[in-house]
Ligand binder design. Structure first.
Ligand code: HDD
Length: 723
């Protein structure tokens, strides 16, 4: 069992789950589920004679129980977001929001609220790969003192549809096609793009989904958004509309597409393992928590309808107020009961928080509760991961399959002659809905502002950096290239022209279809804050938790190896030594190092950066195809690369581009396109004092470039156009 680092969470949730926890290492005999000790779990009871094994006996209650339990191990996977993983943690409030809400979790700064967070992809099934191009789910269950509060959000702030009644159409279109169940973990197929064309309301979300946001480097490096509009209500009964934001401490970073595709095969659990290992190492991921607030009376003051989930609230108009922090600090003990059985409901809110008339939220409030009953049964909220930590009891809600709770007493209805299990007044903490005034006629319609579908898609596109725009064009092209129905890709290339002419022309050039000659509608030229993910670099440069490979073979220079390893580990990077074999690799000076992996067991795609120490080992590396391709591929994937002394010419040869300048023998350190090379004494080259853009030392510059995540200039200058 993996050791759990000390969790800083001081709460009752773990104590609560302890009641249902057993330990296979507790030196307890194996029993049947009804409690008798088992003497032989390996043989079915059967008739045997000296020569023959006879038929197995149905009488064997032990064998039948074992097989029958196995036959029923699976439950239906989630209809969307089936692939995911989660962890426990807590929420801390720094600033009370009592001016806008009475919710204890958002007003009491002395509290630490325990929580569970599940990340997911949307399209693929439970066993699909982590790094597919897809929206990521960001679902939080806060076990507050007033009941569970679920925020069932995504890493993208808008959604594909405006009205919940469209959800089954949308999901059917993106999931594998019905006739052949293809493709898995991809939206790159005719039906999805047909849907997007048919629903211009999907345009805005479609641009986010084609951006690098949909191929995150890590769950720990993406934003979370509540997406829907909720309400907060204060003690004077005043209502504000609210959107919830989570901004990661490590910044927002993505893989490059070629890398994401390869990791799907090389390590389908890449994101799962990344989260688990960071928590195990005590490098707890953190997000700042913020609110965007619109007072009720200002709801109509915007060009767009703030209750439309296909629109963001531009930060220039509605700034984010950061008031708290979310931290994940404990891995689950067992996946099935604590992650597969975790179940969220957008309708789970606590006093002080309320819904809005966001038509998507209204439908979701019905759907989630319903799906949990189908997936987990009527008593799904009794499961340890789902139940609240505060006292809870209803004398009316009872029975149903798998009921665990035993409710004592002679009455099961309210009111009753004993006044047993009475409701609570508002003063006693009872939930009361915001008394919103309602007028209108019944109609299948949305308010007028919902009809505008392109403005914010254009603002999003205009706000992206040049490199993000290049990636967007490649993503649209990749996806539409996978559509083989000309009607689908020709219509779509034309539709892109409603947002950007240059993008539509590039995509049409790549995948066919009519290249539009003018924009279908004028570009309003507006940009907004917070849309380009490059705005979200960490406040202080960091390489904490970055996976860095050091390549070695027999004859490597031990002093530069060890000095760089120490320098990187001092910055909390995860350093891995990759060698010709996973047994002693001998240094020039005689020391032996046992690598973490051998070359063929790993690929450069699974690391953020690579260092090659000096030494005679470069002769062997130069003959090793995996080691050579490692450098070529790392360069193509825009990753920082460093090498000293003999390694400099080895690196230069694999990159083989005159634009990339490396240190000449006799000179000390050179940096070019994030490739940092140097000649000289290891101590001098690898000493780290200050890390920043002006740093001079080799290790300092390497660390700085790793902290920048990727060297975009390589791609902008056409040196890495295969990605
Ligand atoms: Fe949903 C799961 C996020 C619209 C119906 N959704 C689900 C999960 C996330 C989201 C993160 C996984 C929860 C988990 O980890 O267990 N969904 C969203 C967001 C939406 C959204 C951000 C738009 C604002 N969803 C949406 C609509 C409907 C649903 C409009 C139905 C009308 N979603 C479901 C569901 C799922 C689900 C079918 C499948 C598994 C589950 O609920 O628990 O009910």
């Amino acid at each position: 069992m993996t050791a759990q680092p000390n969790s800083t969470t001081t709460d009752g949730k773990f104590a609560d789950m302890e009641k249902d926890t057993v330990d296979v290492h507790a030196k307890q005999h194996m029993t049947t589920d009804y409690g008798i000790k088992i003497s032989d779990p390996d043989h079915w009871l059967r008739t045997v004679s000296d020569k023959n094994t006879g038929p197995s006996l149905l009488e064997d209650q032990i064998a039948r129980e074992k097989i029958m339990r196995f036959d029923h191990e699976r439950i239906p996977e989630r209809v969307v977001h089936a692939r995911g993983t989660g962890a426990f943690g807590h929420f801390k409030l720094f600033e009370s929001a009592e001016d806008v809400t009475t919710a204890g979790v958002l007003t009491d700064t002395s509290r630490t609220t325990p929580l569970f967070l599940r990340f997911s992809t949307v399209q693929g099934s439970k066993g699909s790969a982590d790094t597919v191009r897809d929206v990521r789910g960001f679902a939080i269950k806060m076990y507050t003192s007033e009941g569970n509060w679920d925020i069932v959000g995504n890493n993208i702030p808008v959604f594909f549809i405006q009205d919940a009644i469209k959800f089954p159409d949308f999901v059917h279109s993106v999931k594998p096609e019905p006739h052949n169940e293809v493709p898995q973990g991809q939206s790159a197929h005719n039906n999805f793009w047909d849907f997007v064309y048919m629903h211009s309301e999907s345009t805005h979300m479609n641009y986010w989904q084609m951006s690098d946001r949909a191929i995150p480097r890590s769950y720990r490096m993406m934003q979370g958004f509540g997406v829907n509009t909720y309400s907060l209500v204060n003690k004077e009964g005043k209502r504000h509309f609210v959107k919830f934001h989570f901004t990661p401490e490590l910044g927002v970073h993505s893989l490059v597409w070629d890398e994401a595709l390869k990791i799907c095969g090389q390590d389908p659990d890449f994101h799962r393992k990344d989260l688990i290992s960071a928590i195990e190492a005590g490098q707890f991921p953190k997000w700042k928590f913020g609110l965007q607030l619109i007072p009720e009376e200002k709801l109509d003051d915007f060009e767009f309808d703030p209750l439309d989930a296909t629109k963001v609230w531009p930060e220039e108009l509605v700034p984010i107020r950061y008031i708290g922090e979310l931290e994940l600090n404990r891995n689950v003990d067992e996946f099935f009961p604590q992650t597969e059985q975790a179940a969220f409901c957008t309708s789970h809110i606590v006093p002080g928080i309320d819904f809005s008339n966001d038509p998507l939220l209204q439908g979701r409030n019905f759907s989630y509760f319903d799906t949990q009953i189908s997936r987990l049964g009527a008593n799904w909220e009794e499961l340890p991961v789902n139940r609240p930590v505060c006292p809870y009891m209803s004398l009316v809600n009872r029975d149903g399959a798998q009921r665990h709770r035993i409710t004592k007493g002679t009455v099961n209805y309210w009111p009753n002659r004993f006044e047993a299990n009475p409701p609570a007044s508002q003063a006693e903490g009872g939930f009361t809905s915001y008394p919103e005034k309602q007028t209108g006629i019944k109609a299948r319609a949305l308010s007028e502002k919902f009809a505008e579908h392109y403005n914010q898609a254009q603002t999003f596109y205009n706000s992206l950096s040049e490199i993000e725009k290049m990636h967007l064009a490649k993503a649209f092209s990749f996806e539409l290239d996978h559509c083989d129905d000309p009607l689908v890709y020709e219509r779509m290339t034309e539709r892109i022209g409603a947002v950007s002419l240059e993008l539509a022309q590039q995509v049409a050039q790549n995948v066919g279809g009519k290249s539009p000659e003018k924009l279908l509608r004028p570009n309003h030229g507006q940009k907004a804050k917070g849309l380009s993910q490059l705005e979200y670099m960490p406040e202080k440069p960091t390489i904490a938790t970055r996976r860095i490979a050091i390549l070695i073979g027999d004859g490597f220079d031990h002093s530069s190896y060890i000095a760089m390893k120490k320098a990187l580990e001092a910055q909390n990077a995860f350093v891995f030594t990759i060698g010709a074999q996973r047994k002693g690799v001998v240094a020039e000076s005689g020391e032996t190092v046992v690598p973490d992996h051998f070359f063929n067991g790993m690929r450069s795609t699974l690391f953020d950066a690579t260092f090659v120490p000096g030494g005679k080992h470069v002769t062997a590396l130069a003959k090793n195809g995996v080691a050579k391709f490692w450098i070529t591929e790392s360069f193509a994937h825009l990753k920082a690369i460093a090498g000293v002394n003999e390694a400099v010419s080895f690196i230069a040869k694999q990159i083989d581009m005159e634009e990339v300048k490396v240190a000449k023998p006799g000179s000390s350190v050179a940096e070019s396109y994030g490739v940092v090379t140097g000649h000289g004494d290891a101590d001098a080259l690898l000493n780290v004092k200050e890390v920043g853009p002006e740093s001079k030392g080799l290790a300092e510059q390497f660390i700085w470039h790793v902290s920048r995540h990727r060297n975009w200039q390589r791609e902008l200058d056409g040196l890495a156009d295969q990605v």
